[in-house]
Design a protein around this ligand. Structure first.
Ligand code: SIN
Ligand code: CO
Length: 402
C-alpha cells in the first residue's frame, strides 16, 4: 500500500466536441468522420499529429516489455521464417538493433505512460466502451508482422521513423495454415504510402494491410474492441443466473420423487430435460438488464491492470483533500453509465438522481474539479463512495494546479 496512488499525475483532457474540425482527423469533424469513414473505409491523414513526440522512448518501451504485468510480443522474420514469442523480454534477450526484420509490440502502453493515455483520450469521440488500448511497436529495418487483417478498427499513428503501409480491400482473407501468426496467403496491395512521423492511417476491421519499417521506427496503434456476440451471450447468461430474477428461476435442484424404476438405466430421464427446460424458460430479461450486464462487463479492467490500494485515510481527511484539489479517475479505471446505472471497474451502482448527475460527469470528464467537489461535499453518500474508491486506488486526488 502506498500514498502515491492517492494522487493523480496529470489532469485528463475532457470530451471532444463532435462538431469542431480536428487536425487529428485531417480537418474533418469527429461527426463527419464517424458518419462517413468509421467502420466503413480507410483514411490516410498526413500530419494528423504535427511535431509528434513519441509517447514513450524506445528505452522506456523496452523496459515495459520486460515487465510481467505488461503484454508484449516479439515478431521476427529471420531466414525466411516467421517467429512469434511472448514477453516479458529482458533487453539482452531481444535481437540486436542492427539486425533487421524484427518488431517488438507492447500492449496497453496507455496504462503506464501518461503521454500514451493522453494520446488515447484524443480518440474519445468514439465511446469509451469501444476504446481498447494503445499498442506501441518498435521495429528494425524491414520489420513488420506480415500481411494480415485485424478484427477491430485501428488508427496506426507513425510516432518515429518511417513505415511503408500497403493496404487492400480484398475479400479473400485466407490465412497461411500452421503459422505462429495470422498471415494472409494472398495479399495484393491496392494502395501504398510511406508514413512519416505524425502521419496516421485509419483502417476498419477486416481490411488487409502490411506495414514494413524503413529503417528503425515506432508505430502507435490506437485499438478498439467489439465484443463477439457469442462471448457476450455466454457471460450474460452467467450474469443473469446471479441476479435476483435468475436466482428465483434457478433456485433448487432437480427432484424425482415418484420416478418409475427403469429397465433402461442409461437412458436420460425425460423428466430431467423437461424440468430444466421449464426453469430456463422461466428466466426472463429485458433491455435494461442487458444494459446493466454490458456496463458491468465492459467496465471490467483487463487482467493485467492492478490498482494500487492506498494507505488508510479517514473520510474527513479525504474529503478535505478532494474538495481542495478535485478528483481524477485513475488511468486504469473504466467508468461507463446508462440511463439508470453507473459502472466503475466491473461494479454497478444505481445512484439516486442527485448523485447520478455527478457520477456521469465524472465518467465523461474523468475528473471533477475542486469547485464541483465543493458541491459534491454536500452529498455524504457520494463522498463515502468516493472515499471507498480512493482506497481501492480507482479514484485519485487531482494534482495541485500551478
Ligand atoms: C505494427 O505496429 O507493426 C503492427 C500494427 C498492425 O499492423 O496492426
Ligand atoms: Co494490423
Amino acid at each position: 500500500m502506498s500514498d502515491s496512488a492517492l494522487y493523480a499525475q496529470a489532469l485528463p483532457a475532457g470530451p471532444i466536441d463532435p462538431d469542431a474540425p480536428l487536425t487529428l482527423l485531417g480537418g474533418m469533424t469527429p461527426a463527419a468522420f464517424m458518419r462517413d469513414i468509421w467502420h466503413r473505409k480507410p483514411l490516410l491523414i498526413r500530419q494528423a499529429v504535427p511535431g509528434i513526440v513519441p509517447p514513450v522512448s524506445r528505452e522506456s518501451l523496452f523496459e515495459l516489455a520486460d515487465r510481467d504485468d505488461v503484454e508484449s510480443r516479439l515478431v521476427s522474420y529471420f531466414r525466411n521464417r516467421w517467429k512469434l514469442e511472448h514477453g516479458p523480454f529482458a533487453e539482452d534477450n531481444l535481437p540486436s538493433r542492427k539486425t533487421g526484420k524484427w518488431t517488438l509490440l507492447v500492449q496497453g502502453v496507455n496504462l503506464h505512460a501518461r503521454a500514451a493515455a493522453e494520446l488515447m483520450s484524443q480518440f474519445r469521440f468514439v465511446p469509451d466502451a469501444r476504446l481498447d488500448d494503445v499498442m506501441i511497436s518498435y521495429a528494425t529495418d524491414g520489420g513488420g508482422v506480415g500481411p494480415h487483417f485485424d478484427s477491430y478498427d485501428v488508427f496506426l499513428l507513425q510516432v518515429s521513423g518511417r513505415r511503408r503501409w500497403r493496404i487492400s480491400s480484398q475479400t479473400k482473407l485466407d490465412l497461411i495454415p500452421d503459422m505462429p501468426l495470422k498471415i494472409l496467403s494472398d495479399f495484393s496491395a491496392e494502395e501504398e504510402w510511406v508514413l512519416e512521423p505524425g502521419d496516421m492511417l485509419y483502417l476498419p476491421p477486416q481490411y488487409a494491410h502490411d506495414g514494413i519499417a524503413e529503417g528503425e521506427c515506432m508505430t502507435a496503434s490506437i485499438g478498439f474492441r467489439a465484443p463477439a456476440y457469442r462471448e457476450l451471450a455466454g457471460h450474460f447468461l452467467a450474469w443473469l443466473s446471479e441476479t435476483v430474477e435468475g436466482n428465483e428461476a434457478l433456485d433448487g435442484r432437480y427432484a424425482d420423487a415418484g420416478e418409475a424404476a427403469t429397465a433402461t438405466p442409461a437412458q436420460l430421464p425425460p423428466g430431467l430435460a423437461r424440468a430444466v427446460a421449464d426453469r430456463l424458460q422461466a428466466l426472463k430479461w429485458d433491455k435494461g438488464m442487458v444494459s446493466e450486464f454490458l456496463g458491468s462487463y465492459l467496465s471490467e479492467p483487463k487482467q493485467s491492470v492492478q490498482f494500487e490500494e492506498i494507505a488508510e485515510i479517514s473520510l474527513k481527511q479525504y474529503a478535505k483533500l478532494a474538495k481542495a484539489h478535485g478528483v481524477v479517475l485513475a488511468p486504469g479505471s473504466i467508468a461507463l453509465y446508462d440511463r439508470t446505472n453507473f459502472f466503475l471497474n466491473g461494479e454497478a451502482y444505481e445512484p439516486p438522481p442527485a448523485l447520478a448527475k455527478w457520477l456521469r460527469r465524472l465518467a465523461d470528464m474523468r475528473q471533477l474539479t475542486a469547485e464541483e467537489m465543493a458541491a459534491c461535499a454536500a452529498l455524504p453518500d457520494l463522498m463515502d463512495t468516493f472515499h471507498d474508491w480512493a482506497m481501492e486506488g480507482w479514484l485519485q486526488i487531482a494534482p495541485a494546479r500551478v
